[in-house]
Design a protein around this ligand. Structure first.
Ligand SMILES: O=C([C@H](O)CO)[C@H](O)[C@H](O)COP(=O)(O)O
Length: 213
């Protein structure tokens, strides 16, 4: 089995720190995620800047769109995003709108299951609508309350939907192989890389562990 793609969550609000981290981790990661706080703080110009500096990386913009799907996502795809996220809780019309914007730009959509009560039903509906990626995600606040994404990942992977599965929520060296074996096609890592004494070493370790799973 091919190793999953490694997605680095760029969650700093500071552009210089964001670019420095991206440069350090670039040899070991496949996708740069511009995290929700970062994109809200810095705006669409950061998508253009990352696109220019890293023409060969995939860029995910974590918009977590909740309404006006096509309208909100279109300029981000036009600026160079390969993937934008839309919230599963937003509902079918909004998800379909982001899918329309993505398809118009030959790009992809990830539906984020964060706080979705029935994740299996939402994953099925998102796949039916044409979403490309389902994101099993335990957010930072839920992590602080002790939650993890592992059981949800198993439940979504069991569905065998024609989509890729991304997993996020405190993934680190000790859990990257577990989520890879559970069927994650994309492993998102934030704090375990940006909070490490050497982000480059942490990114390399995670990449190597995923390859060996
Ligand atoms: O998406 C995220 C969070 O909701 C803030 O927007 C994080 O980037 C994601 O959870 C990955 O970060 P870690 O959980 O620190 O690995």
């Amino acid at each position: 089995m091919a190793r999953p793609l490694i997605q680095l969550a760029l969650d700093s609000l500071d552009v210089n720190q964001t670019l420095k981290l991206a440069t350090l981790a670039a040899p070991y990661v496949d996708i740069f995620e511009i995290g929700t706080p970062c994109i809200k703080h810095n705006g669409i110009g950061l998508v253009r800047e990352l696109r220019k500096k890293f023409p060969n990386k995939l860029i995910l913009v974590d918009l977590k769109t909740m309404d006006a799907g096509e309208y909100e996502a279109t300029p981000f795809y036009a600026a160079g995003a390969d993937i934008c996220t839309v919230l599963g809780v937003s509902g079918s019309a909004t998800i379909a709108g982001v899918i329309k914007a993505a398809n118009a730009h030959n790009a992809e959509v990830q539906v984020d299951l964060i706080n979705v009560p029935d994740k299996v039903a939402c994953a099925r509906e998102s796949a039916r609508l044409g979403a490309h990626i389902i994101g099993v995600h335990t957010g930072l606040d839920a992590q602080a309350a002790g939650q993890t994404p592992f059981a949800d990942l198993q439940a979504v992977a069991r569905l065998n939907l024609p989509v890729r599965i991304s997993v996020a929520g405190g993934i680190k060296q000790s859990t990257v192989q577990q989520v890879t074996r559970a069927g994650a096609n994309i492993v998102v890592v934030g704090a375990a890389i940006y909070g490490a004494p050497s982000p480059a070493d942490a990114a390399r370790e995670i990449c190597e562990l995923a390859s060996a799973a």
